[in-house]
Ligand binder design. Structure first.
Ligand code: PRP
Ligand code: URA
Length: 210
């Protein structure tokens, strides 16, 4: 496994992922679980955020304490399904900026079609977390990260819930400098480029479409 790929095997994440995969899980619970998993993954994947020392007046003395250093980070969900992860990560880092990249997979070719991009200002001073629950062929994430790189952010990380080996390979070949965090590394893609065993269509399950 590529040293830049991190499988988040925390028991709470794995437990919630099992319920997420279950076809009987309805949209309401599915949305809640995506959000909770994203929050837990965010906690684990932000261990290396830089800190700086500040002076804090406690009720008794002045203490040297630590706070996050630098400009606020940016979360960038890939529309639509990445939206489901935003509430969860913002519950941990509420001051973060949020950008959006719109991509959908062409149903015939399975290649990504780019339809929207609005990113926070001063990206060159920020860390960016790209969010999408599914890394299948990798096409959407590869193109989204390439678009974000045009703005020269300090660092980029990619966070997904389920990845296929094909997507991991394509993504790490295209962006060897971008760490990938995922909760489940699945077996393969089917003929329609859906992840097996996977969880089906993440966007449809989050938004109750189809
Ligand atoms: C899904 C998913 C990813 C993409 C992954 O989006 O949310 O963005 O497919 O597949 P890939 O790795 O092969 O590119 P989809 O295209 O279904 O759009 P939606 O979120 O609008 O439903
Ligand atoms: N997009 C999804 O939502 N699910 C898959 O399995 C593959 C791409």
């Amino acid at each position: 496994m590529d040293k830049n790929v991190f499988i988040m095997d925390h028991p709470l994440i794995q437990h919630k992922l099992s319920i997420l995969r279950d076809k009987r899980t309805g949209s309401k619970q599915f949305r809640e679980l995506v959000s909770e998993i994203a929050m837990l993954m965010c906690y684990e994947s932000t261990r290396d955020l830089p800190l700086k020392e500040v002076n804090t007046e406690t009720p008794l003395v002045t203490a040297k304490t630590k706070v996050l250093a630098g400009r606020k980070m940016a979360f960038v969900p890939i529309l639509r399904a990445g939206l489901g992860m935003v509430d969860g990560v913002l519950s941990l880092i509420p001051a973060a900026k949020v950008g959006h990249i719109g991509m959908y997979r062409d149903p015939e070719t399975h290649t990504p079609v780019d339809y929207y991009c609005k990113l926070p200002a001063d990206l060159e001073e920020r860390d960016v977390f790209v969010l999408d629950p599914m890394l299948a062929t990798g096409g959407s994430a590869i193109d989204a990260v390439a678009r974000i790189k045009e703005f020269n952010p300090k660092r980029i990380k990619f966070m997904c819930i389920i990845a296929a080996p094909e997507g991991i390979k394509a993504f790490t070949d295209a962006h060897p400098d971008v760490p990938v965090y995922c909760a489940g590394l699945d077996d393969c893609l089917n003929d329609h480029c859906y992840i097996l065993p996977g969880l089906g269509d993440a966007g449809d399950r989050i938004f109750g479409t189809k």
